[in-house]
Design a protein around this ligand. Structure first.
Ligand SMILES: *Cc1c(COP(=O)(O)O)cnc(C)c1O
Length: 380
């Protein structure tokens, strides 16, 4: 019996990391809340019909977050596959059965070109294709409107850091989609907190919004949820696992379902102001301790692009060391390895995200970042 996670990875020869880079899947997502782990253990004792459990869990999620309806998916990315499949099939069992064959039915998804992102191919799983509106720098309402045709199955929309500048905003885009009788489908996977976002995008008109359960909600890593209109949640449920559909490989276990519910309950109950203040105080102590380092400008940012207070370390023109990804690589080179955000919005900065920094780890994060910044700034 291993006594700790460290025993397990030590036996495997895997080195731990301190995660100061946020809930990134490749770096283990986030730490599931104790409530979620307890609920998963407890749920393993019973057998149920998964359809019945999913229906009841969807109702509970809707109540918890103040949505009209909800269902559970395998991560937010599983939710994107399900959104697209729902848009194409709209509850038609014959169509559901033959996806990804979309021959003869509207299969185009309109997307603002500035919203193209690394996970968007999930939207193409059910035999769909993109029609892009606007260009990399943005999109106008007219351009979005013009991209819609009788082959369009839905309009998709991304809410994500650094992706909503110069684009058609959520209310207007929803209005355009609905003006053509089309579903408006939102990926807001990482937009929690603020908890207000649980209602914001559905209030703005979204038919389905996909959120991650394994990021700041701190449910099981593999979970996600769709919130939206009852009709569209039902279409989504019909194309989703456990049914033998295009999304069958995206199953979520009863333990994961119970884990997400417990995590979400705890997430919505948390005092967001107190949580934010706690993160801000931590980041203030980081900034204080890093002090002045030649060639850097260090600040705390908390806004649309930074879901909780982050320490942002920018490299100015006088910086003599490696770029952001280079510095991040140095921090991972030797133990204690520290993972920070880099390369996300260009090569000139790294971020410290407090979400996954465990009690007692902050001094190590500060010491390692300070050490590597000083070494690099002196040209070594
Ligand atoms: C994280 C993220 C996803 C994937 O979410 P998972 O829950 O990890 O599947 C999809 N889209 C965006 C914009 C994200 O930030």
């Amino acid at each position: 019996m291993p006594n700790s996670g460290y025993d397990i990875i030590q036996r495997l020869g895997v080195t731990p990391i301190i995660n100061a880079g946020g809930p990134n899947t490749k770096h283990s997502g986030s730490r599931p809340r104790q409530e979620a782990m307890d609920a998963m253990q407890a749920m393993s004792e019973v057998f149920v019909n998964i359809d019945e459990l999913l229906l009841a869990a969807g109702k509970e999620i809707a109540t918890l977050v103040g949505a009209e309806a909800a269902t559970i998916t395998s991560g937010a990315s599983g939710g994107l596959v399900v959104q697209a499949a729902a848009a194409v099939s709209k509850g038609n069992r014959d169509v559901i059965a033959r996806l990804p064959d979309t021959m003869g039915i509207p299969n185009e998804l309109v997307i603002q070109k500035a919203h193209r992102f690394v996970y968007d191919h999930l939207y193409l799983v059910p035999g769909t294709r993109f029609v892009e509106a606007g260009d990399e720098s943005g999109c106008t309402a007219e351009q979005l409107e013009d991209a819609i045709s009788d082959r369009t199955a839905g309009v998709i929309h991304l809410e994500s850091p650094f992706k909503n500048h110069g684009t058609v905003q959520v209310e207007k885009a929803a209005e355009i989609a609905h003006g053509h009788g089309l579903p408006f489908l939102v990926d807001a996977a990482s937009m929690l907190p603020p908890r207000d976002n649980l209602r914001k995008f559905t209030a703005a008109g979204a038919d389905l919004v996909s959120f991650s359960g394994g990021k700041a909600v701190r449910g099981p890593q593999s979970t996600g949820m769709l919130l939206g209109k009852p009709e569209w949640i039902e279409y989504a449920r019909m194309v989703n696992a456990p049914n033998a559909t295009i999304a069958r490989a995206q199953k979520v276990s009863k333990e994961e379902i119970a884990g997400l519910l417990a995590a979400l309950r705890s997430f919505v109950d948390e005092d967001e102001q107190a949580e934010t203040q706690r993160y801000r105080r931590e980041m203030e102590s980081v900034v204080d301790q890093l002090g002045e380092i030649p060639g850097t400008a260090i600040s705390i940012e908390h806004n649309y692009d930074h879901y909780i207070p982050h320490t942002v370390i920018r490299f100015t023109d006088s910086w003599r060391g490696p770029d952001g990804p280079g510095m991040a690589a140095r921090l991972m080179e030797k133990p204690p390895r520290v993972y920070v955000v880099s390369g996300y919005i260009g090569p000139r900065e790294i971020w410290i995200d407090p979400l996954n920094i465990q009690p007692g780890e902050l001094p190590t994060v500060v010491a390692r970042v300070h050490e590597e910044l000083l070494r690099a700034s002196s040209g070594n």
